[in-house]
Design a protein around this ligand. Structure first.
Ligand SMILES: CC(C)(COP(=O)(O)OP(=O)(O)OC[C@H]1O[C@@H](n2cnc3c(N)ncnc32)[C@H](O)[C@@H]1OP(=O)(O)O)[C@@H](O)C(=O)NCCC(=O)NCCS
Length: 156
């Protein structure tokens, strides 16, 4: 299987956190996340964050503020990972396909334990049946890195 392309992207998480706190959050999220495969997960998190805790939840929580922070961190992590992966994907594409690239047409799938199953899919991409986009993500403190390797699906 020949390698057709490789893309990498490094992202400062503060950029995403700033967008999450801004009036552009909704527009950005809908531009980046796939409407069926990714957006619902994010919206579910958003609902959890905005939910007012019940009296018993507050009483049972050892540290309510830290659980709120971790929800925000999870939202930021989901968006940072998705954004970095799709920017890396963009760089792995040929120029003509970059011209029609739309973030929200793509979505990440993974089957834990199977490295080659961590792929990005887009049924609208004309060569999707002959190519595979394998993604990898890494986080360290304030930074997220996404990498995508584009390969042929079948050997010639
Ligand atoms: C063009 C783009 C790849 C540049 O990325 P960036 O985040 O501004 O900058 P980065 O530091 O991550 O990457 C820059 C490097 O990417 C590489 N690069 C630039 N354009 C590229 C392209 N079209 N394809 C692949 N690699 C590209 C170059 O090596 C560049 O470094 P260099 O200038 O030192 O050679 C970026 O604009 C992008 O990912 N766009 C996504 C698609 C998009 O936004 N479309 C708009 C319509 S929604």
């Amino acid at each position: 299987m020949a390698t057709l392309g490789h893309g990498v992207d490094i992202l400062r998480n503060a950029r995403i956190r700033r967008i999450l706190a801004s009036k552009y959050c909704d527009r950005f999220v809908k531009r980046i996340l796939h409407p069926q495969h990714e957006l619902p997960q994010f919206q579910q998190m958003a609902m959890q964050t905005s939910k007012i805790p019940s009296f018993s939840e507050v009483c049972n929580s050892i540290d309510q503020s830290s659980s709120t922070v971790s929800l925000l961190d999870r939202k930021c992590r989901l968006l940072s990972s998705t954004f970095a992966a799709k920017e890396a994907l963009f760089k792995s594409l040929d120029a003509e396909d970059q011209q029609t690239f739309t973030f929200k047409d793509w979505y990440r799938v993974s089957n834990s334990g199977v490295a080659a199953s961590r792929v990005l899919l887009n049924p609208k991409y004309s060569k999707i049946n002959g190519e595979r986009f394998i993604w990898s993500i890494s986080h360290d403190g304030e930074y997220t890195i996404g990498s995508v390797i584009r390969t042929e699906l079948f050997s010639q």
